[in-house]
Design a protein around this ligand. Structure first.
Ligand code: ADP
Length: 210
């Protein structure tokens, strides 16, 4: 079995919360994923869903959960296969505890599963005002001044995955106004632009001391 992980670079570098609760949630989900997966792997993903919600997904390539079982899966003592020869052990309490912890943290949990193919448990939790403030304080803005839409998207993707918050502007005159309002940490500038060319923009950026 492989265990892999991934963290969305748009998430704040630190989150305010109860580490013991989060640890218990993660341990229960990962334990289950390991218990019910014979081959393949387990993937843990932390991501931003909306600007004010973050998510934690534990995905496995295990034997999955039949559709008619999904609605009971969070009930205490509920196990999908209750035969005495059941090898995996456990009491059927893990997921009911996970659900209660998620609710205490004002979050939500959902499951997607395909029998024989695997399961995915996703938790979404609200970002606190403190988290958002920290994100704002630590975020690095980037201005991409580029009239080619495809190139703009490629630059934006690359900068986003490096932790920047990019904004793409396709017109020289709009860029000229925007540069006066914000001080970006990084600027990618195309020299041939509609309305105002790149060279005077570059001079303007330099004279602003950016
Ligand atoms: P336990 O693991 O102790 O049985 P849980 O409440 O954690 O109790 O899980 C309840 C049941 O849900 C398990 O017995 C199993 O049948 C099913 N289940 C939980 N997680 C998974 C998973 N990742 N893949 C397949 N089945 C799962």
């Amino acid at each position: 079995l492989t265990l892999t992980g991934e963290i969305d670079p748009r998430l704040p570098k630190a989150l305010k919360g109860d580490p013991r609760r989060l640890q218990q949630i993660l341990m229960n989900l990962v334990n289950n994923a390991v218990k019910f997966t014979e081959s393949g792997g387990i993937h843990i993903r932390l991501f931003l869903t909306t600007p004010t919600l973050w998510g934690l997904e534990v995905r496995d390539t295990g034997h999955g959960i039949p559709e008619n079982e999904i609605e009971h899966i969070f009930d205490a003592f509920h196990q999908v296969d209750r035969t005495p020869t059941r090898q995996q052990g456990g009491f059927g309490l893990g997921l009911s505890i996970v659900k209660q912890l998620v609710q205490l943290m004002k979050g939500e949990i959902s499951i997607q599963s395909a029998p024989g193919r695997g399961s995915s448990f996703t938790i979404t939790l609200p970002l606190t005002e403190e988290d958002l403030e920290m994100k704002r304080a630590m975020s690095h803005s980037a201005l991409i001044i580029e009239d080619d839409a495809d190139l703009g998207t490629i630059f934006a993707e690359a900068l986003r995955s490096a932790g920047f918050e990019p904004q793409v502007i396709r017109d020289g005159a709009i860029a000229q106004r925007r540069i006066k309002e914000v001080t970006p940490h990084i600027v990618i500038l195309h020299l041939h632009l509609p309305h105002v060319d790149g060279s005077p923009l570059l001079a303007q950026i330099r004279s602003d001391g950016a």
